[in-house]
Each structure stands twice: as C-alpha cells, then as structure tokens.
Design a protein around this ligand. Sequence first.
Ligand code: URA
Length: 203
Amino acid sequence: MPSPGKNPPPDKPHLDACRRCELWRNATQGVPGDGPRHARVMLVGEQPGAQEDQQGAPFVGPAGHMLDEALARAGLARDSVFMTNAVKHFKFELRGKRRLHKTPAQREVDACGYWLEKEIRDVDPDIIVALGATAARAVLGEKRVTLSTLMDTAVVHDGRVVIATYHPSFVLRQRDEAGRKAAFDRIVASLRHAVRTAAKQQR
Ligand code: URA
C-alpha cells in the first residue's frame, strides 16, 4: 500500500506558494490531497491538523487513525480513495508550546476553494464524502447548510453524489464510550453508503 503523502502532486510547490489567505504564515506547509488521481470516492475533511502540517499529508494524525478504522469497517481501502481537506493550511492557536486546532473562517474556506475545486476537477470522483460541516459547505458551495439537514441523505451536486457525515474528530470529542460508538457507527454507515453507491454506478 502506498504511504500517504509519499507522492506529492506536481502542484504542491504552487500550493506552498499560495497567498490567497493568511494561513500560510504560521503553517509549516500546504497539505494537498492524497490518493489515486482518478479515485471514484473522494473524502473531504476540514483542514490539516498538527501532524498533517508536519508530514505534508492529510489524515495521518489521530483523526486519520479514527478514519482508517471507519474505512476498514466499511470495507473501503484507504489507498483506493482520494483524501483531502477544504482548507490546505493548518490553522491553530498557540497554548504554551501546543498548537491547538482553530476552525477556519469562511473567508479562508472560500479562498481555498480554488484548490479544492481543482482537486475535484482533476480527480473527477463520482462520490464525495464530506466529513463535517465545513467540508459539506465547501463541497456544496452553500455557506449556511447544516450537517444535521444533510446527514443520511445523499445529494447530487455538479453530477456527483455527495454524502455528508460527521468528522472523525467528532468521535474523539465525545465524552463517553456510547457517544463515541454512536458517532463512529454513523461515519461507517455513510462510508458504506458511498461503497454501495459506487457499486450501483459501476453496473
Ligand atoms: N482533520 C482534517 O479535517 N483533516 C486532516 O487531514 C486531519 C484532521
């Protein structure tokens, strides 16, 4: 299985030089999407975390490990999907030496739309799984849509099936085991939905 981030796309230098918003100033590097260039399923998260920022690849930290488990449960091989984020630079606030995740502002999501749209065009997936509200809004281009209105229903947008679900870090934020299990199971159900949709489209 190829290791995430081992083959950065040719436009990584352009992403690193991106000045469409200010997030590049404090981030280590831009984190492009990773996966087969023509994957049928694309997963879109919010933004890279601290580990992704250092390694230059999406979903390689704790949320990524949670996502890997969900993918395995759903029977979707990680190396068959293209993983990316709505925002390509890590936004954080410093607490002592720790870099704590900060939700990107709408203007930063909008500015980064250039890169997400380019990835969607280049990979041309049939199915996009949006992980969390930021991703869903970025993919659908609807700033006010909420995750609760989208959960459990697939919508067709620009000719692609879009399935919105929880972000894997939502699982990690749950206080108890029952909450974690419920959130995790919802993500697995959404990924299974993506697998079924891909199988139907192949027939
Ligand atoms: N969270 C995201 O949304 N994306 C990552 O790549 C890692 C954590």
